[in-house]
Ligand binder design. Sequence first.
Ligand code: FAD
Length: 362
Amino acid sequence: MLQVLPDNAIWLKDSVEHFCPADNMVILESGASVEYEFMVISMGLKPNFKGICGLKTALNDYDNVSTIYSEKYAVKTYECFQNFKRGTAVFSAPAGPIPYAAATLEIAYFASNYFRNRKQLNDVTIVYANANDALFPVDLYEDAVHRIAEKLNVCVQFGVNLVRIIPENNKAVFACTRAPENTTCLKYSFLHVCTPMEPPDALKKSKNLMTTGKFVDVDKRTLQHRKFTNVFALGDCASLPTSKTVGAISVQSYVVFKNLMNAMEGKDIEPMYDGYTASPIFTGYDSLMLAEFDYDKEPRPTFPFNIDKEKAWLFHLQYTVMPYIYWNYMLKGTWDGPETFRKIFHLEFLRLRKESAYLGCK
Ligand SMILES: Cc1cc2nc3c(=O)[nH]c(=O)nc-3n(C[C@H](O)[C@H](O)[C@H](O)COP(=O)(O)OP(=O)(O)OC[C@H]3O[C@@H](n4cnc5c(N)ncnc54)[C@H](O)[C@@H]3O)c2cc1C
């Protein structure tokens, strides 16, 4: 934290107990309070383990149930893969917004590649049980992820929501999303769970900041709070109807920065955020598909070609270049997303296309 915090920031080693936005006050766990003129909230979401009956026991006491949605169990997930010999591996995805929903599918892809590498794929059935009606919110990418799921032998089920685990019998009970009184049961050898998500307790206690759902109530274009104009929010906890990713946050942080400056200087707040988000989906040990889109579910690709295809060079870009950008630019607030590169690549692509058309004519 010290390496990435700006020199002039004061780090309070405490956590928020609740907010009093009407009094411009934050109450800390230690009992201390902090007064503010302006506030930015980015507290993320947390897994709601109680949302699935039997989950905590299954995660803590059984070595064939895990989740990458909690750092506590992420390593266990890999150990489960290593211990897995044969049978059905089930991967669940809940309804409703969660951080990086694509990871629920990506981990199934990962399992398939891992089992294939270990020559186990003939003894394994991989089921992706999804509470939603689609795999991806954008048609173009929906087709692509289906194609990849088929290639990797991942059987997809829609409209089934994991509600209960009976770990002693290796049974997962799913409610039908459209008629929750109807349930089906799947027998698993390994179960990967993504829980429903909820806001941190400090936000739950601060109802006047929140939408009736579970998010900090901000304008989706300005990121300013709809009631308290000296409050801004971004990231997973904000009420922004786009996919919750770091790629989205890189653009949101620029919008918050600009509008915070505008608010501090008494200038107009600008509606700048178009919902840009980026989901890099690892599809193999050296392939990745980069899905980028906005609030209108329109693709917003940085690279203007083959945007719905998995590529090795995208894998290496994500694996080597993005960590560098993250540590050196994103955390220091100087990476505003790929907009500048998108413009350059698209102009260059157009120029090349014109040039080749001209040469073709000649
Ligand atoms: C398995 C997985 C894979 C992912 N892969 C990708 C990916 O490949 N690409 C991508 O772009 N995104 C990915 N994401 C999504 C990305 O991690 C999140 O969108 C991003 O971390 C959200 O950032 P945030 O700041 O909103 O919340 P967080 O990263 O959750 O940070 C919130 C912070 O607030 C702190 N906090 C919470 N409560 C309090 C309190 N009461 N007081 C003080 N501090 C508090 C927390 O400790 C935490 O440090 C992935 C997510 C998961 C779970």
